[in-house]
Design a protein around this ligand. Structure first.
Ligand code: 3HC
Length: 397
């Protein structure tokens, strides 16, 4: 921890780059906590388990000192005149009273007793992309029978091939044996018709981020799934309430936002709409723990916790590069603060098209002019340089 503090507060150019990108992100986390959108523990856990950060943003402010962060932001605001760089009111108060987010969270903590949950056995997944494959793998490895639905046999087979590749990698590392691999594969059933989801206890959908496509799906799930089945979406940008409205059972509809790569990242944001029942939320949180994931709770709002904090920071990195700072210097400066990937490396992993769509959603939901997508992000997407998946993005692969 002290090593991170020393690196962020150092006098050199790399630390200057890190502060330029991290302080607005920390300020946004402070604002999110102050608004009551999520608890301190959930905000910190979300960035640790969703993005592999060594420390959550509010803990990082406590480690750096609220005074240092507030002063750094005020200095940045003098340069940029961007309202997003005005220190959050709570940050200012903590700086003045030499207090911490940990104290603030302890003072505002309320007891939250679970209402109970029901058992989940068989799982359904809809979709065959990167996220869907990862989610199928998570549940099958944890011992659940999984039926997954793709649009064609070829797409469904590609899911099995991706999972086999990951299992083979685990075997090569001595973490799994052949019989463990066949146990996992035996739990998988591929289908091309949604009717195959009639007897599952929960469906997690990870299909295209298009509201009309999702609404059709939720109306199909409402018709097909048995009473009491939980209908979950891993959407990162659409409203859970909108999906719920397409069904006759909004109490059973919930968000389960997994992170990329899903088999590795431990976080699931459990997103409840106003109509989601407490029992469904508790059941999903308990299921997450059973499959080795860390659930955090948040409301039905654009970007949830992680994307709302992460993508403006990634966008700021692109803008900083446009001002003349080399990409490699930015990636290295952030990795020196122990982030697992530099911003340009991560943009290329997530996909620049996905990142641009998320950033646009955040701008339309929150309206901050400072979050407008950077011109070069628009440009790489227009040129088809989408990241690792196309062999080229900000970097070349
Ligand atoms: N599928 C399955 N397993 C994978 C994998 C994949 N695609 N990629 C890596 N792994 C496994 C490896 O096998 C290894 O497992 P092991 O320890 O059991 O052998 C483990 O992950 C670590 O991999 P490596 O040692 O090869 O690589 P790294 O140490 O560099 O870690 C990383 C890779 C975990 C991806 C790390 O770089 C990281 O945490 N990056 C941050 C990723 C991130 O921020 N994701 C969130 C993006 S935002 C999002 O998803 C939201 C959405 O709405 C867009």
């Amino acid at each position: 921890m002290q090593e991170i503090v020393d690196r962020v507060m150092a006098e050199d150019e790399a630390a200057g780059i890190a502060r330029r990108l991290l302080f607005p992100y920390l300020n946004h986390a402070a604002t999110m906590f102050e608004s009551g959108y999520a608890t301190k523990d959930d905000i910190d856990a979300a960035m640790r388990f969703g993005c592999g950060y060594p420390i959550g943003p509010l803990d990082l402010i406590d480690a750096l000192g609220a005074r240092a962060v507030a002063d750094g932001l005020a200095h940045l605001h003098d340069e940029t005149d961007d309202q997003l760089h005005v220190p959050a009111p709570l940050l200012g108060r903590l700086a003045a009273s030499e207090s911490t987010f940990a104290d603030e969270a302890a003072a505002s903590a309320t007891a939250d007793s679970p209402v109970g949950h029901h058992a989940v056995g068989k799982v359904g997944v809809v979709g065959t992309g990167t996220m869907a494959s990862g989610i199928v793998e998570v549940f099958a490895k944890a011992g659940h029978d999984v039926v997954y639905v793709g649009r064609t046999d070829e797409k469904a087979q590609a899911v099995q091939a991706r999972i086999e590749k990951n299992l083979d990698r685990a075997i090569a590392k001595g973490k799994l044996d052949e019989s463990g691999k066949s146990d996992v594969l035996d739990r998988l059933t591929a289908a091309t018709e949604r009717e195959a989801l009639g007897d599952v206890d929960i469906v997690v959908e990870a299909i295209a981020e298009d509201l009309d496509v999702k609404l059709q799906l939720f109306s199909d799930l409402d018709r097909i799934c048995k009473p009491g089945a939980i209908l979950a979406t891993t959407t990162s940008s659409l409203s859970i309430a909108d999906c719920a409205e397409a069904t006759s059972r909004p109490a059973d509809v919930i968000g389960m936002h997994f992170f990329n790569p899903a088999p590795v990242m431990k976080l699931v944001e459990v997103v409840t709409a106003d109509g989601t029942s407490r029992e469904v939320a508790d059941t999903v949180k308990s299921l997450c723990l059973d499959v080795g994931k860390h659930p955090v709770s948040c409301g039905d709002r654009a970007g949830f916790i992680v994307n709302a904090l992460l993508f403006p920071y990634l966008n700021d990195a692109v803008t900083l590069h446009e001002s003349g700072v080399p990409m490699g210097d930015i990636d290295e400066a952030l990795k020196a603060t122990r982030l697992p990937m530099g911003p340009f490396e991560l943009l290329d992993v997530v996909g620049n098209d996905v990142s641009l769509a998320i950033q646009r959603t955040l701008v339309s939901a929150f309206g901050h002019p400072g979050w407008q997508p950077a011109a070069s992000l628009e440009k790489v997407v227009a040129e088809g340089r989408l990241g690792r998946k196309t062999g080229e993005g900000f970097h070349t692969y």
